[in-house]
Ligand binder design. Structure first.
Ligand code: GYE
Length: 359
């Protein structure tokens, strides 16, 4: 009996001890865990993204790629600002991001110049800035941590080398090549690189550049500008459009003018060269209306995500990340060109290739 009371007593003490232990354990977990959960729930990386605007199909694909990657499920809290192509709006957005104490700022700058002051403010606030797409031209390169985008000058050089090889093969005299350059938004790296490549090539090869006119990467503006050029320059036979939306406007203008689009420059046809290789542009390559479309890959989300994670974690990252790109032609006259000493493949576009494309 005594023994059993003792046994029971021991049992009771044991139970109480167990209870205290469990409670202590639980209270520890209980205090930490919800907080940990709460912590991890709020441990999203806060990113402020200043996007140029929505001026082109390329831009829309770029926004989709970045916003579709920097999601809450992927661990981000994204503040998105559309600057409607205005630099002052971008500057205001960056100041707002600094005030909100975001973890990282992503800037797709409309133009290269004019960023020193506001990027210095971000730097002083200890917020890293990652530049995407076009570049910023700042005296102190430490004002941004990294850049990811395309080699625009190289894109232009691919287009020009292709034009040179193509016209050589067709027996067209360089002096009979009369080009109008429909430019992108002036002062942005894409415009600077693509226009520069054309200017250099025209000097090298002896082409005639009739005019250089900006159309802000927009179809309607390009149509207007090209319509005007067709009236002013009767010998115009190459339209070098700095993006697909401009090429789409150019196609409409040429067709409405009664002139024929094609590559038979000797017989009055007008050749259209373009950049981006988004779906709407490539469908015109398939139709033979755009002779060459040099890709500019807007899918920067994945590369950007990795950069942000590393930068926020304080890791060293590459200062410049270039996205791989291709070039698509409507016929198979030229299969490759040499740019900067290396061979660049020119892919003859087929429906099968188009079906596999993501944008
Ligand atoms: O080619 C054009 C867009 O900066 C690469 O901007 C970008 C250019 C692109 O609006 O379509």
């Amino acid at each position: 009996m005594k023994y059993s009371i003792l046994k029971n007593k021991n049992k009771i003490t044991g139970l109480i001890m167990l209870l205290i232990f469990i409670l202590a354990g639980f209270s520890g977990c209980g205090r930490n865990k919800p907080e940990e959960d709460k912590e991890s729930a709020t441990k999203h990386i806060i990113v402020g993204f200043s996007q140029v605007g929505a001026e082109s199909d390329w831009r829309v694909a770029n926004t989709d790629s970045i916003c579709g990657t920097l999601t809450r499920e992927n661990g981000f809290d994204l503040m998105f600002d559309d600057a409607q192509q205005k630099q002052d709006k971008q500057i205001r957005a960056i100041r707002n991001f600094v005030q909100q104490e975001v973890d990282c700022i992503v800037l797709a700058p409309v133009m290269e110049e004019g960023w020193d002051t506001v990027l210095q403010e971000a730097k002083d606030a200890g917020i890293p800035v990652i530049v995407v797409d076009r570049m910023v031209s700042v005296s102190d390169k430490s004002l941004y941590t990294a850049w990811v985008g395309s080699d625009f000058k190289k894109e232009g050089r691919i287009a020009c080398e292709w034009l040179n090889e193509y016209t050589k093969k067709k027996g067209i005299d360089p002096k009979d090549i009369h080009i109008v350059n429909i430019q992108g938004t002036l002062g942005g790296t894409a415009q600077i690189g693509r226009s520069r490549a054309l200017k250099d090539a025209s000097i090298n090869y002896g082409w005639d550049i009739l005019d250089q006119i900006p159309a802000d990467y927009a179809k309607a503006k390009s149509k207007e500008v090209v319509t005007d050029c067709l009236n002013r320059y009767p010998d115009l036979n190459v339209l070098y459009c700095e993006n697909d939306n401009e090429a789409l406007g150019a196609i409409e203008a040429v067709e409405e003018s009664g002139r024929k689009i094609g590559t038979d420059l000797k017989n009055g046809e007008i050749m259209i060269i373009s950049f981006d290789a988004v779906n709407s542009g490539l469908s015109k390559v398939l139709e033979g209306k755009i002779a060459l479309d040099v890709e500019c890959n807007p899918l920067q989300g994945a590369a950007l995500e990795k950069l942000i994670i590393d930068v926020v974690a304080g890791k060293r990252v590459d200062k410049y990340t270039y996205i791989e790109e291709k070039a698509f032609s409507s016929d198979d006259v030229i299969n490759s060109v040499i740019v900067d000493g290396s061979e660049q493949k020119i892919t003859t576009l087929t429906e099968e290739i188009m079906m596999e494309r993501e944008y």
